[in-house]
Design a binder for this molecule. Sequence first.
Ligand code: CA
Length: 222
Amino acid sequence: MRILIIEDEHKVSNFIRQALEEEHYAVDQAFEGDEALALAEAYEYDLIILDLMLPKREGMDLLREVRKNGSKTPVLIVTAKDAIVDKVKALDSGGDDYLTKPFSIEEFLARVRALLRRGKMDRSGKLCAGDLALNPATREVIRGVRRIELTNKEYALLEYMIRNAGRILTRSMIAEHVWNVDFDTETNVIDVYVTHLRNKIDKGEGYRMIKTIRGVGYMLQG
Ligand code: CA
C-alpha cells in the first residue's frame, strides 16, 4: 500500500510518515501543492493524506484538481480547521474522511486502515479472497483453517495482492506499491518474494491462488 502525505509542516509530515512506515506502508511526502500534484499524477496511490492549509495552493483546490484528473484514490483530510462548514466542504469536494489536529496516532492509523479496506472487506473487517482471509488490524493470515506466518515484506505483498484480487499486477506496480522504489526491470527480487509467498499460501492446496501471468506479472485469484 502506497500512501502520499501532503503537508507543509515538516515535523507533522515526518511524524505521520514514521507512524505509517512502522505499519509497513510505502510512504511519499509532498510539502506543497505542485509537488503533490506531480506525484499524484506520476503514481497510483492507495491513499492520500491531505492537509488543507498549504502555501501557494490550498488543500481544497488541490483536492478538486486531483478529482478532476479522475483519481478515485481515497483522501483523508488532516487539518487544524475544525468548523463544521470546513468539514462539509472538504467532504463535498471529494475528501473521504476528516481528522482534526491534534489527533491521536491510534485513531489516525485506524482511519487509514478503514479507508484502505473500503469496499473490500467482510463484516468482521477482514480482507478476503476465496478461502484466504487477512486481518489488517491483527496482521493474521488464514487460508481455510490453516494459520500462515509471514514476514513483513511477504505480508505487505499479500495485502497488496488481496486488495487487488482478480487484477493483473505488473512487476513495476508491485515494486511501486510494496517496495516504494522503481526496480531495474532485470531484477528478480519480486519473483523471489512471490515464490516465498506462494510456498506459504498455495503449497499443499488443491487450488493455487497466485497465478503467474507470463511476461507481465502476477495475479491473485480467490
Ligand atoms: Ca499546513
